[in-house]
Design a protein around this ligand. Structure first.
Ligand code: 5CA
Length: 157
C-alpha cells in the first residue's frame, strides 16, 4: 500500500470513521473521472484545491466537482492575495501528488474551507491519496473530520 493511501486510511481510522476506500480500475485523477468511476454526480465529488498566499502559506478549498474556486473570494477568506499552488508545494505540505490530494491526512495542518454545495448531497466522494483511490462519506462527517469552515468561495453558488 502506498504511504499516501496508508495516511488517509489511518486518518479515517483514528477519527473512528468506518469508511471503505475503493481502489478503482480506471483513473480518478479529475472530478469527471472520479464521478464516472463512482457512478456519482459531478457535484458529489470533493475537489481538494490548494492555493498559496504571498506569505507562502497553503490553503485548502474543498470544492464540489461542478464548481470553480473564485480566487477573489478565496483570497478574502485567507486574508491575503492567492495563486494556485504548484505541484511541488502541494506535495511538500500535503504529502499528496495533484490528482490524488485527499481532504484529510496532510503532512502539515492547514486552513480548510468547504463549499456548501457539497452539503446538498447525502454522500460525496473524495480522493484517498492516489489518482485511483476514492472513499465515500457523508459530507457532514467530512466537515467534522477536516475541521473545515463552510464558506461561499466559488463562482457558482
Ligand atoms: N482525484 C480527483 C477527484 S477527487 C482530484 O484530485 N480532483 S481535484 O480536482 O481535486 O484535483 C485535480 C485538480 O488539480 C484540478 O482542478 C486541476 O486543475 C489541478 N491541477 C492540475 N495540475 C496542476 C498543477 N500543476 N498545479 C496546480 N493545480 C493543478
Amino acid at each position: 500500500m502506498s504511504k499516501s493511501l496508508a495516511r488517509v486510511k489511518a486518518a479515517l481510522e483514528s477519527a473512528g470513521t468506518l469508511v471503505t476506500i475503493y481502489a478503482m480500475p480506471a483513473a480518478t485523477r479529475t472530478a469527471a473521472e472520479a464521478a464516472a468511476a463512482a457512478g456519482a454526480q459531478l457535484d458529489q465529488i470533493v475537489k481538494s484545491i490548494l492555493f498559496q498566499g504571498q506569505s507562502g502559506r497553503l490553503y485548502l478549498f474543498l470544492t464540489a466537482g461542478g464548481n470553480q474556486v473564485d480566487p477573489a473570494r478565496a483570497a478574502e477568506l485567507a486574508a491575503e492575495p492567492l495563486h494556485r499552488a504548484g505541484a511541488e508545494a502541494v506535495r511538500r505540505v500535503t504529502g499528496f501528488a495533484i490528482g490524488g490530494v485527499a481532504p484529510i491526512g496532510h503532512l502539515t495542518p492547514l486552513p480548510i474551507w468547504l463549499d456548501p454545495r457539497l452539503l446538498d448531497s447525502t454522500q460525496v466522494w473524495a480522493a484517498a491519496g492516489t489518482p485511483h483511490h476514492i472513499f465515500q462519506i457523508d459530507p457532514k462527517v467530512l466537515l467534522t473530520l477536516t475541521g473545515a469552515t463552510p464558506a461561499f468561495f466559488t463562482t457558482r453558488n
